[in-house]
Design a protein around this ligand. Structure first.
Ligand code: CP
Ligand code: NVA
Length: 303
């Protein structure tokens, strides 16, 4: 069997993604019931972080431990990577020691180079372009609260960033509608929009957050300035019309969910009354990173 990498939702079949989500739900149920199986006993996951992280770092670490495995935490700067050893050579060396590699890095090409040269599974823990693990947790969270996501309408308002790119891929893979409102100059990369549309995604764009959110089943936003994107940061007044506040949330369906991958910048992309309010499921999303990623690890490692 070829190596199972988890680089992007577009790189994994819809069927396999659904298998992982079902497995995530089952693992969560078993964990809550006190069951402790150790299918990854003796396995080691190397985790490389070129950017900060709270959720990804802790959830992968705890997830591996719950599955019976172990982790090695690495940062690019303390490795020879930081002294210009290539990603390709690093991939070949790590593959001789560990059973899987999770990487959070800058350019998507670094992830792909690692994947092309590793002989063990590589998992994308966020790049400048995408954040697929987040979307696995988000779809799991939506379905826990509201049932099947297929045919529902999600609305994204704010910056067109890595989380939106994975949301675009998710909309095609899981068959939901996606309304996107971003200011001029913050559009998502065309290749993600094109891929989604070519694969059955129903994506609509608007400059108006109100229009995008109108009668939506789920409203999603994220930081206006992503990690490493500070150079392209613009005045917050550009993004203010895209803030998720109570007035905007009121345009969505009355039982709409509010999602945010966290960390949140309260008072910027979302107000306290929304993120702490009755629509918000942000801490369920954070928790489900753990369960969804355990399913990703099990899928990658055949456990
Ligand atoms: N949502 C998310 O990936 O959070 P961290 O940056 O804390 O890992
Ligand atoms: N778009 C954000 C997500 C953080 C989890 C970033 O890349 O900084």
């Amino acid at each position: 069997m070829s190596v199972r990498h988890f680089t992007d939702l577009s790189a994994v079949s819809a069927g396999d993604l659904r298998v992982m989500l079902d497995d995530a739900v089952a693992r969560k149920t078993r964990l809550k019931a006190g069951e402790r199986s150790k299918p990854l006993d003796g396995k080691v996951l190397a985790m490389i972080f070129d950017k900060p992280s709270t959720r990804t770092r802790v959830s992968f670490d705890v997830g591996m431990r719950q599955l019976g495995g172990e982790t090695i935490m690495l940062t690019g700067t303390e490795m020879q990577l930081g002294r210009s050893e290539t990603i390709a050579d690093t991939a070949k060396v790590l593959s001789r020691y560990v059973d899987a590699i999770m990487i959070r890095t800058t350019s998507h090409d670094r992830l792909l180079e690692l994947t092309e040269n590793a002989t063990v599974p590589v998992i994308n823990g966020l790049t400048d372009d995408t954040h697929p693990c987040q979307l696995m947790a988000d779809i799991m969270t939506y379905e826990e609260h509201r049932g099947p996501v297929a045919g529902k309408t999600f609305a994204w308002t704010g910056d067109g960033n890595n989380v939106l790119h994975s949301l675009l891929e998710a909309s095609a893979r899981f068959r939901f509608n996606l309304n996107v409102a971003v200011p001029e100059g913050s559009e998502p990369f065309e290749k993600y929009v094109d891929w989604s549309k070519a694969n059955g995604g129903k994506v609509r764009f608007s400059r108006s957050a109100e229009e995008a959110v109108d009668q939506a089943d789920c409203v999603v936003t994220d930081s206006w300035v992503s990690m490493g994107q500070e150079h392209r940061a613009r005045g917050h007044n550009v993004f203010l019309p895209y803030q998720v506040n109570a007035a905007l949330m009121a345009k969505a369906k009355s039982d709409a969910l509010f999602m945010h991958c966290l960390p949140a910048h309260r008072g910027e992309e979302v107000t306290d009354e929304v993120i702490d309010g009755p629509h918000s499921v942000v801490f369920d999303e954070a928790e489900n990173r753990l369960h969804a990623q355990k399913a990703v690890l099990a899928w990658c490692l055949g456990a």
